[in-house]
Design a protein around this ligand. Structure first.
Ligand code: SF4
Length: 262
């Protein structure tokens, strides 16, 4: 994508500003692709690629071009705003970052979310063994060509679970790290970015809870393990709501309110 096209896209009114900051990055399932600049930039792929390898090669070449254009725009921006790009973080700032990371990693919500990710891996491992599917995801292939509604329900549910499995932790880390910078006064009553991240994590938890409910129905032979996961996730949900009481009320651009420009 050339610089002009990127600038034109960035200036277009059809995009909702910042919508991609509080989404789950599941573009395939997103109902706002036509309003998302991030999606439009990624969509600009040539159509002549015939094989996956060729397509991927083109993709990474294009990625390199986008990096070039992005850097040019960034340098222009830095020059306009008098930002010195040669100044790197001081040792002290790096120490602070490290400390913040440690604090976040040690937060109850993040620890529970990390444990959840591992529990999900264990569940998939056992399910694979049970179904004798080697490296394949449980349900994969075994569900192909069947008209069995339960099998389809399980397949969809497992796809949702996999999507959010690690994202919940990543979003909670971001939320906790962000909360360390929150202005305790916040007299203007601005929405806090940390609440936005926590809300995305909560949405991932809600959807995962629903998905595990589907798994429980469709794959009853793992009742005990599935219920254990459901209980853990429900506790995590409550913990996050306690730690970020304003998260549910956070208004994400586009998803919770469409911006006025259209
Ligand atoms: S807003 Fe939708 S289309 Fe844009 S990056 Fe997020 S999931 Fe993808």
């Amino acid at each position: 994508m050339d610089k002009k096209k990127l600038k034109d896209l960035a200036g277009s009114k059809r995009f909702i500003e910042g919508i991609y900051n509080y989404c789950d990055r599941w573009c395939e399932r997103c109902s706002f692709t036509s309003r998302c600049l991030n999606f439009a930039m990624a969509e600009d792929e040539p159509e002549h690629a015939e094989t996956r390898d060729a397509r991927n090669l083109v993709f990474w070449q294009k990625f390199g071009e986008t990096l070039q254009v992005t850097l040019e725009l960034l340098h222009e921006f830095a020059e306009e705003h008098g930002i010195d790009l040669d100044v790197i973080h001081s040792e002290e700032a790096a120490e602070t970052e490290k400390f913040r990371d440690e604090m976040a990693r040690d937060h109850g919500c993040c620890r529970a979310a990390r444990a959840y990710g591992e529990m999900v891996n264990d569940w998939f491992e056992s399910a694979r063994g049970f179904m004798g599917q080697g490296e394949a995801e449980p349900g994969e292939g075994a569900m192909e060509g069947t008209a069995d509604a339960r099998a389809r329900e399980a397949e969809t549910a497992l796809e949702v679970i996999r999507w959010y499995q690690h994202q919940i932790y990543v979003k909670l880390m971001r939320a906790v790290r962000g909360s360390l910078d929150d202005d305790p006064e916040n007299e203007e009553g601005f929405q806090k970015d940390s609440d936005g991240s926590a809300k995305v994590a909560l949405i991932g938890i809600d959807r995962s809870l629903a998905a595990w409910g589907g798994v429980r129905r469709s794959l009853p032979f793992f009742e005990q393990e599935t219920v254990r996961l459901l209980l853990h996730l429900e506790r995590l949900r409550r913990e996050v709501e306690k730690a970020f009481p304003q998260a549910r009320a956070f208004i994400r651009p586009g998803f919770d309110r469409v911006a006025l420009q259209s």
